[in-house]
Each structure stands twice: as structure tokens, then as C-alpha cells.
Design a binder for this molecule. Structure first.
Ligand code: GRF
Length: 196
């Protein structure tokens, strides 16, 4: 299976996914695509000999469909079977999502369905939650809403800030995403639940 990974920033999840696809793993990364030419993950991918593509969203303004057609154009030669969104900060239209229905995953830093959208760690702290975590799900047109493929939980500790909590969650993201992708590629969509 050929996997495309979409990033917008440092790409720490992309790196773990990429480094997990070795040996008898039935998938390989065919391209890392970013909307941000300055994404640090692009260099990490290039260091590992993985093709990269940059599709900036700014030239398209509110024309998200135009942006997405440029993405499809950039993807064409790489022929991905699966798309993994990993810190990709653009919202995709229902048209694009439905074209990749059942073949596109995302990682979100909360225990969905709680805290869809942004600033998840601050919101969990503000709510006084004692447990938080991350979710890998299939992407559907509704934001952060598709079938859950895996979750990892972490405790919220006294004195936590959004930063300390995010760091604890990120460690689990790096374990969960590769695990879920390996199962997904093997056709196993039964959700997995981890306790970090
Ligand atoms: C992570 O918190 C992830 O949950 C979210 O984007 C953040 C950065 O991810 N999707 P990465 O380091 O760029 O993979």
C-alpha cells in the first residue's frame, strides 16, 4: 500500500509513521505533502529519501476546491492508496473527503467526540478533566467526526499547562498512529484503546 502523509508543521507524527513502515510492513510512504513551504517535516522526509510536494493554500484564497485540485494534481504521480493527515491544518471539503472515503485517516489531540477543533488541551484543562488523550479516526466531511480507529489516554496532572499536557499526549500520538495504520492497512478497523 502507498501512503501519502499531509503535514503543515514539524511533522513529528509523520516521522513516526514513516519510520514504522519498514521490513514486512505492507505499506510505504510514497509522498509527504505540505501546504506550508516552511514545514520542518519536509526536511525530515527529504532526509529519509521520501518525495515531498508543497501545495500552498494562499494562492487559492477561499477557493478551497481549487486548492484541493492542486493537491490532487501533486498527488497524481505518487499514486497513494491511503492519505494520513498528520498535523495538517487545512479543512478539506466534503468533495475531497468523499473521494477518499475509507482511505483517509487523521490524528486529533483529544478523546473524541470531546473537543473537536482547536486548542484541545487548554479546553480539557479548563473543563477540569482528569483524563485526556488523542484519537485516530477515519476522515468524514464533518470535522473531527469519523469512525474512531484508536484512542490513547493520559492522566491530567496537577500543575499541568496546555504545553505539558500536549507533550504527554504527543508521546501517545507517536505510539497510536503507527499502530492504527498498521491495523488499518491489514483491513482491521476494530478500534484500539491504549492507556499511556
Ligand atoms: C499534534 O498535536 C497533532 O495531534 C496535531 O498536530 C500536532 C502537531 O503534530 N494533529 P506534528 O508534530 O506536526 O505531527
Amino acid at each position: 500500500k502507498r501512503v501519502a502523509i499531509f503535514i503543515s508543521g514539524g511533522g513529528s507524527n509523520m516521522i513516526r509513521l514513516l519510520d514504522s513502515m519498514t521490513g514486512d510492513h505492507p505499506a510505504r510512504v510514497c509522498v509527504v505533502l505540505s501546504n506550508n513551504p516552511k514545514a520542518g517535516g519536509l526536511e525530515r522526509a527529504e532526509e529519509r529519501g521520501v518525495p515531498t510536494e508543497i501545495v500552498r493554500h494562499q494562492p487559492f484564497g477561499a477557493d478551497t476546491s481549487g486548492f484541493e485540485h492542486a493537491i490532487l494534481g501533486a498527488l497524481a504521480e505518487h499514486k497513494p492508496d491511503i492519505i494520513c493527515l498528520a498535523g495538517f491544518m487545512r479543512i478539506l471539503t466534503a468533495e475531497f473527503v468523499n473521494r477518499w472515503r475509507g482511505k483517509m485517516l487523521n490524528i486529533h489531540p483529544s478523546l473524541l467526540p470531546k473537543y473537536k477543533g482547536l486548542h484541545t488541551h487548554a479546553r480539557a484543562l479548563a473543563a477540569g478533566d482528569t483524563v485526556h488523550g488523542c484519537t485516530v479516526h477515519e476522515v468524514t466531511p464533518a470535522l473531527d467526526d469519523g469512525p474512531i480507529l484508536g484512542q490513547a489516554r493520559v492522566p491530567v496532572l496537577a500543575g499541568d499547562t496546555a504545553e505539558t499536557l500536549a507533550a504527554r499526549v504527543l508521546v501517545q500520538e507517536h505510539i497510536l498512529y503507527p499502530m492504527v495504520l498498521r491495523r488499518f492497512v491489514g483491513g482491521d478497523t476494530a478500534p484500539v484503546f491504549l492507556d499511556g
